[in-house]
Design a protein around this ligand. Structure first.
Ligand code: ATP
Ligand code: MG
Length: 504
C-alpha cells in the first residue's frame, strides 16, 4: 500500500528528501549540504555530480529513517533552486562545467551586450523578466562561450541544459540510458526563454542569445507523470509526477492557491510570491512576472515575485567569513545582547540588488558606524536587513495589486528566529504567520506529485492540511517604524554606483 509521497528538494545549500503522509506531515528527512565554490569575486558554483550523489544518498536516508521501501511511495515530487544552470554531455552523462548558481554575477557583460539593443526590458513583455545575471539564460551563454569545445558540441546536439530539477530527473530516469529531459513551466519561466502565454521556448529570443533549442528540456506542467525512476535506483518504477521551482513550491505548500494570496520564504535569499490567478500581470514596481503553477491540462496560474538575493546567506557570511558565531541560530542570541541596531544598517548587496531595485552596480555596505557599534549591533543590523528588504518588496506588491496585504504567511529556515519575525511584523505593521509544516518547499512538490497520481484528490484536500503554528503581531510605535524604514532606504542609496571599470 502506497501511503506516502517523497519530495526531493534540491536547494542552494543542501539537498533534502522528505517523506510525507496524507495529512502533509513529515515522516522522515534526509539532508546533505554540498560545497559552495567561489572561484572569484562574484562567481558561485556547485558541482553537479556532488548534487546528484547527495540526492541519491538523501533518498536512502529518508527511506531508511521511515523504515519503508519504495513500495510505500506513491509518487516522487521534485523542487529545486531555480536559475542555477547545468550543461552536460548527453553521450557521457558528464557536466561540461560546474553548475553556475543563481547568485553568480559573472554574466554582466553578456547582459550588457544583449541590452545594448533595446535595454534590459527588451524581452520583458514576453518572458516577464528583465535581462539580469540572475536568470539561467545568460549562464548558458557563458558556458557556450567559455568552455572549450562546448559551442561545437552544442551545435552537434550533444549538450543538454537544465536547472537542477532537469539534471536530477535525467539522472533518476536512467541518464545516458534513456534519461528523460524535462522541466516544468515554473522553472522554464526563470530562463528568459519561455513565452508566458504559449508556455513554449521563444525562437527569436533563443536566436538573440545564440542558444541551440536542442539543448533545452521539454516544458511540462507542474503536475503529471514525466517518467519513472530507473531500475538501478532505490525508487525504481516509482512515478516522478511533480516539479515546481522552490519558491513556487513553497507557495503551493502554503496552500496559497487563489488570486491575492501571498507567501514569503526566508532561506538563502527571500522570495515573496503573490498569486495573480490566471492573469498575467506586468509589474510597475520592480517585481517579476512568473508562473505560479500549472496542474496537468488545466490553465496555468501566474504570479508576481519579489526576489531578494541575500538574507539567510548574510547570516552564513557572518558565521563563515567573519567567524562571529559557529551556527546560524546563534545570531539571535548575539542580536539580543543589544536593544537596537545602534544606528548601523547593513545592506547586503553582494550580488547587486534584486527586487525592487534591480541595480547590478550596487555592492554591499555597512553604514552608520560609530565607536559605539559592537558585534551585537551588527548581528541585529543583519537580521533587520532581511525585514527591511521584505518590506520594500511588500510595498511593491501592494502598489501593483492596489489591495494592501493584511497578513503575511512565512516559511523557511530564518522563520525559526523569533526576534526577526517580531521585527518583521513591526516593520510591516501586519501580522506574520508561520504554518506547522515550515518545510513548505518540499511539501509543495509532494502535493504536485500526489495530485497527479490521485494520492490527494484536489486543492481543497490540500488546503485542509494547512495549520497555523505561530503568529507575530505588530507592536512598534509607528513614528519609530517610519524612522527606521527611512534610514534603511537612505542606507540603500549608499550602495549604488559602486561597480565601475575600476572595480574587479
Ligand atoms: N535561527 C536562525 N536565524 C537566522 N537565520 C537562520 C536561522 N536558522 C537558519 N538560518 C538561515 O536560514 C538559511 C537556511 O534556511 P533554509 O533551510 O530554509 O534554506 P534552504 O532551503 O537550505 O536554502 P536553499 O533552498 O537555498 O538551499 C541559512 O541561510 C541560514 O543562515
Ligand atoms: Mg530551500
Amino acid at each position: 500500500m502506497a501511503d506516502y509521497v517523497i519530495a526531493i528538494d534540491q536547494g542552494t545549500t543542501s539537498s533534502r528528501a522528505i517523506v510525507f503522509d496524507k495529512s502533509g506531515s513529515i515522516v522522515s528527512t534526509g539532508q546533505l549540504e554540498h560545497e559552495q565554490i567561489f572561484p572569484k569575486a562574484g562567481w558561485v558554483e556547485h558541482n553537479p555530480n556532488q548534487i546528484w550523489n547527495n540526492t541519491r544518498e538523501v533518498i536512502g536516508q529518508a527511506l531508511s529513517k521511515a523504515n519503508i521501501t519504495r513500495h510505500a511511495i506513491a509518487a516522487i515530487g521534485i523542487t529545486n533552486q531555480r536559475e542555477t544552470a547545468v550543461v552536460w554531455d548527453k553521450t557521457t552523462g558528464q557536466p561540461v562545467y560546474n553548475a553556475i548558481v543563481w547568485q553568480d554575477t559573472r554574466t554582466q557583460d553578456i547582459v550588457n551586450r544583449l541590452a545594448a539593443d533595446g535595454g534590459v526590458e527588451r524581452f520583458k513583455k514576453t518572458v516577464g523578466l528583465p535581462l539580469a545575471t540572475y536568470f539561467s539564460g545568460t549562464k548558458i551563454v557563458w558556458i557556450l562561450e567559455n568552455v572549450e569545445g562546448a559551442r561545437e558540441k552544442a551545435e552537434a546536439g550533444d549538450l543538454l541544459f537544465g536547472t537542477t530539477d532537469s539534471w536530477v530527473i535525467w539522472n533518476l530516469t536512467g541518464g545516458v540510458n534513456g534519461g528523460v529531459h524535462v522541466t516544468d513551466v515554473t522553472n522554464a519561466s526563470r530562463t528568459l526563454f519561455m513565452d508566458l502565454e504559449t508556455l513554449q521556448w521563444d525562437d527569436e529570443i533563443l536566436k538573440a542569445f545564440g542558444v541551440p533549442k536542442s539543448m533545452l528540456p521539454e516544458i511540462k506542467s507542474s503536475s503529471e507523470i514525466y517518467g519513472h525512476a530507473s531500475d538501478d535506483s532505490l525508487l525504481r518504477e516509482t512515478p516522478i509526477a511533480g516539479i515546481l521551482g522552490d519558491q513556487q513550491a513553497a507557495t503551493f505548500g502554503q496552500a496559497a492557491f487563489q488570486q491575492g494570496e501571498a507567501k514569503n520564504t526566508y532561506g538563502t535569499g527571500n522570495f515573496i510570491i503573490f498569486n495573480t490567478g490566471e492573469e498575467i500581470v506586468h509589474s510597475e514596481n520592480g517585481l517579476l512576472t512568473t508562473l505560479g503553477y500549472k496542474l496537468g491540462d488545466a490553465k496555468p496560474h501566474y504570479a508576481l515575485e519579489g526576489s531578494i538575493a541575500v538574507t539567510g546567506s548574510l547570516v552564513q557570511w557572518l558565521r563563515d567569513n567573519l567567524g562571529m558565531f559557529s551556527s546560524a541560530p546563534e545570531v539571535e542570541a548575539l542580536a539580543k545582547t543589544v536593544e537596537d541596531n545602534g544606528g548601523a544598517y547593513f545592506v547586503p548587496a553582494f550580488s547587486g540588488l534584486f527586487a525592487p531595485y534591480w541595480r547590478p552596480d550596487a555592492r554591499g555596505a555597512l553604514v552608520g558606524l560609530t565607536r559605539y557599534v559592537n558585534k551585537g549591533h551588527i548581528a541585529r543590523a543583519a537580521l533587520e536587513s532581511t525585514a527591511f528588504q521584505t518590506a520594500e518588496v511588500i510595498d511593491a506588491v501592494n502598489a501593483d495589486s492596489g489591495v494592501p496585504l493584511t497578513e503575511l504567511k512565512v516559511d523557511g529556515g530564518m522563520t525559526a528566529n523569533d526576534t526577526l519575525m517580531q521585527f518583521q511584523a513591526d516593520i510591516l505593521g501586519v501580522p506574520v504567520i508561520r504554518p506547522v509544516v515550515a518545510e513548505t518547499t518540499a511539501l509543495g512538490a509532494a502535493y504536485a506529485a500526489g495530485l497527479a497520481v490521485g494520492f490527494w484528490s484536489d486543492l481543497d484536500d490540500l488546503a485542509k492540511n494547512w495549520q497555523e503554528d505561530k503568529r507575530w503581531e505588530p507592536n512598534m510605535d509607528s513614528a519609530e517604524r517610519d524612522r527606521l524604514y527611512r534610514n534603511w532606504k537612505k542606507a540603500v542609496t549608499k550602495t549604488f554606483d559602486w561597480v565601475d571599470d575600476d572595480v574587479q
